[in-house]
Unconditional design. Structure first.
Length: 339
């Protein structure tokens, strides 16, 4: 199969991780893959992938950018064109009628409007919530997948010089408002537990001030960027996701595939997989605190509640399964285009 992925992002996050890993799997399975995107992102791809750079700093409506994209897509004679996220989808959508190939777009985050995605032949949503805005017949839900991590447990108490033997919970993500770490800090203050927050970002100073006001016996440590996240997760007593909003949480995926106990706010995809008593409302430190206290006192119950989510992740949230489902969408679109 001759496939082209279009990505207009030049940052580094979940979207870029998704495209990089999907691309790698498509090539490994023998497909001919081209990626069109910003030069800085293309440099991170495997050398076996055909890459064409475009200037992603330009507006999605820039006629020179659109003409270059059109020229590349027409010249490639692809079996399928896959636009990743909103800017790439908007660009492909504006030249859609001049393309001979079937098109698919992936929506990665909640959007105020979704009209640009509905211009293409099919939409892949990375959560059920994101799929609700689309025609069911033209939409597939495919959870982002990862390679199941191989973990090595570590002594967190010793590694981070924790001064007590209280339970250790961990939260992971960029230090930004959307992740709700301030809510988590309000929820745990004064509880007999240790909290490790792994990640870096612009909210560090604000969070540090809150941490300095935390009441004993609670201990909190900001770890900064960590390269051994899954080892830390697997070694903690639980993972807490306190986000205000999410498109797809790779942290949640990693937590499930490392067999962690999880408590999460009411965000995708946690609210689609975890049982209701492991989900708390967003923006509610009080309910997060109550749930955490209850679960830490009933560890066996918490572990039992996690049994089905752990099994689900093994069968539906791996990189292999994501690739299989994506290829199935491609094949159906190609078959329909030939009829």
């Amino acid at each position: 199969m001759k496939i082209c992925q279009v990505i207009a992002s030049k940052g580094e996050g979940g979207l870029e991780k998704h495209v990089r890993e999907l691309s790698s799997q498509l090539v490994k399975q023998g497909h001919q893959l081209t990626v069109i995107g910003d030069k800085s992102f293309l440099k991170t791809l495997d050398s076996t992938i055909q890459c064409y750079p475009i200037n992603c700093q330009q507006s999605r409506r820039n006629p020179l950018l659109l003409f270059k994209l059109f020229t590349l897509l027409r010249a490639g004679n692809y079996d399928i064109i896959h636009a990743q996220a909103s800017k790439a989808t908007a660009m492909v959508g504006m030249i859609y009628t001049f393309l001979a190939s079937p098109t698919v777009a992936t929506i990665h985050n909640i959007k105020r409007t979704t009209g640009i995605f509905q211009r293409l032949d099919h939409t892949i949503a990375v959560s059920k919530q994101l799929a609700t805005s689309f025609n069911k017949a033209q939409t597939s839900v495919i959870y982002n997948g990862i390679i199941p991590p191989k973990v090595k447990k570590v002594d967190l108490k010793s590694k981070f010089e924790l001064a007590n033997t209280n339970p250790i919970i961990i939260a992971v993500g960029r230090l930004v408002e959307a992740k709700g770490f301030d809510i988590l800090l309000d929820a745990i203050t004064g509880l007999p537990l240790n909290l490790l927050i792994a990640g870096e970002g612009p909210e560090r100073r604000k969070l540090t001030l809150k941490i300095n006001a935390i009441k004993s016996p609670t201990q909190v440590k900001l770890l900064g960027h960590c390269s051994d996240i899954t080892d830390l997760m697997a070694s903690a007593d639980a993972v807490v996701i306190s986000s205000r909003r999410e498109g797809f949480s790779y942290v949640f995926n990693e937590a499930l595939l490392t067999a962690c106990k999880v408590l999460a706010t009411d965000v995708p995809v946690a609210n689609e997989i975890l049982p209701d008593n492991l989900i708390v409302p967003t923006e509610s430190p009080e309910k997060l605190r109550t749930a955490l206290q209850r679960l830490l006192k009933n560890d066996d119950e918490w572990q039992t509640l996690m049994s089905e989510p752990h099994q689900f992740a093994k069968h539906a949230m791996t990189l292999q399964k994501m690739t299989e489902k994506t290829l199935a969408v491609y094949q159906e679109l190609i078959a329909n285009s030939i009829k």
